[in-house]
Design a protein around this ligand. Structure first.
Ligand code: NAD
Ligand code: LMR
Length: 338
């Protein structure tokens, strides 16, 4: 057994964290031989609720969980952390777009960027789940100038998992037979779910999603819209935003980052854009990613036709617009930090 690593989950008294903490603490993210110290951050008014979560974690009697530190102080929460799940933020309600949360959530990611900068390990892996996730991750990185921008990522794994599930159902195969779905751009209704590079194992043969499904117009329309609107559909049904599937995706994202991707597999993550595939630079844009030794790389050389290129431009423009909105909400010192 190695030394314990410190992992922080923010929004620890909330609904996503309720699932996520158990998945992490039982070893399903960092592996069965990695002991953990969990730091749980929430706001002061939630400390009583958080105590209940601490009691439940203790009552799980999980061997890998060496210590739990509940706190409302970011200086304690981010101290020496190896991995950060930034979940704590207001969720949207029915009828809202995720970017409507910018003004509500902006302060959180500024403050937490600063706390990461001051207290976390310099190789900390940061996953932003709180919406609007891509732009929050960008802001967090801007306020943590001593940390490399590649340490900051946003979650689009939930969209990728949703896309996998839809393709599996349509192709009539188990979800384990489907891989390499791509989500381009923003975790919003402009995201671009792209099945053209997906692989489907059907009747003992590996084939493209197009061959497995044989319905091009479904792949370009109904499939794309279903994934773009899935978060809203869950809210309409549950009257609360997705939680179990979001926690599962956050665990998948961090596990892939920590453990790496297998040979011909890629995963999707919002990462600092270098302009690949014509995406705007310096926004957090979701790309297909491979990971080795804890370092991610954008998959290069995939062919993009005009239909998808247009949609990819639109989602990139939306990210630039969200980025431009930040200084008007939060006037001090956003630009010029680096
Ligand atoms: P929730 O309301 O159940 O929990 C949020 C928690 O965050 C609350 O306990 C709240 O007190 C806490 N919080 C608020 N401000 C905080 C701060 N400054 N520091 C620490 N904690 C703070 O919400 P939820 O359902 O768990 O969702 C959390 C966020 O995740 C929302 O923004 C939601 O939209 C987003 N989300 C993202 C994805 C994705 O795919 N990227 C998926 C689902 C949900
Ligand atoms: C989701 O995709 O389920 C989350 O981002 C929650 C939301 O607001 O849709």
């Amino acid at each position: 057994m190695s030394e314990p690593i410190r992992v922080v989950v923010t929004g620890a008294a909330g609904q996503i964290a309720y699932f996520l903490l158990y998945i992490i603490a039982k070893g399903d993210v960092f592996g069965p031989n990695q002991p953990l110290i969990l730091h749980l951050l929430d706001i002061p008014v939630m400390m009583d609720v958080l105590q209940g979560v601490v009691m439940e974690l203790a009552d799980c009697a999980l061997p890998l969980l060496h210590e739990v530190i509940p706190t409302a102080d970011p200086a304690v929460a981010f101290k020496d952390v190896f991995a950060a799940f930034l979940v704590g933020a207001m969720p949207r309600r029915q009828g809202m777009e995720r970017k409507d949360l910018l003004s509500a959530n902006v302060k959180i990611f500024k403050e937490q960027g600063e706390a990461l900068d001051n207290y976390a390990r310099k190789d900390v892996k940061v996953l932003v789940v709180g919406n609007p996730a891509n732009t929050n991750a960008l802001v967090c990185s801007k306020y943590a100038p001593s940390l490399p921008p590649e340490n900051f990522t946003a979650m689009t794994r939930l969209d990728q998992n949703r896309a996998r599930a839809q393709i599996a159902e349509k192709a009539g195969v188990p979800v384990s037979c489907v891989s390499n779905l791509i989500i381009w751009g923003n975790h919003s209704s402009t995201q671009v779910p792209d099945a053209r590079h997906a692989k489907v194992m059907k009747n003992g043969t590996t084939m493209s999603a197009a061959d497995a499904i044989q319905n091009d117009s479904w792949l370009k329309q109904e499939f794309v819209e279903t994934i773009q609107k899935r978060g809203a559909a869950v809210i309409a049904a549950r009257k609360m935003s997705s939680a179990m599937s979001a926690a599962n995706a956050a665990a998948d994202h961090m596990r892939s980052w920590f453990m790496g991707t297998s040979n011909d597999e890629f995963v999707c993550m919002g990462v600092m854009s270098d302009g690949s595939y014509g995406a705007p630079k310096n926004v957090v844009y979701s790309f297909p990613i491979t990971i080795k030794n804890g370092k991610w790389s954008i998959v290069q050389g995939l062919k993009i036709d005009d239909f998808f290129a247009n949609m990819m431009n639109l989602t990139g423009q939306e990210l630039e617009e969200e980025h431009m909105e930040y200084p008007t909400i939060n006037t001090k010192s956003f630009y010029g930090r680096r």
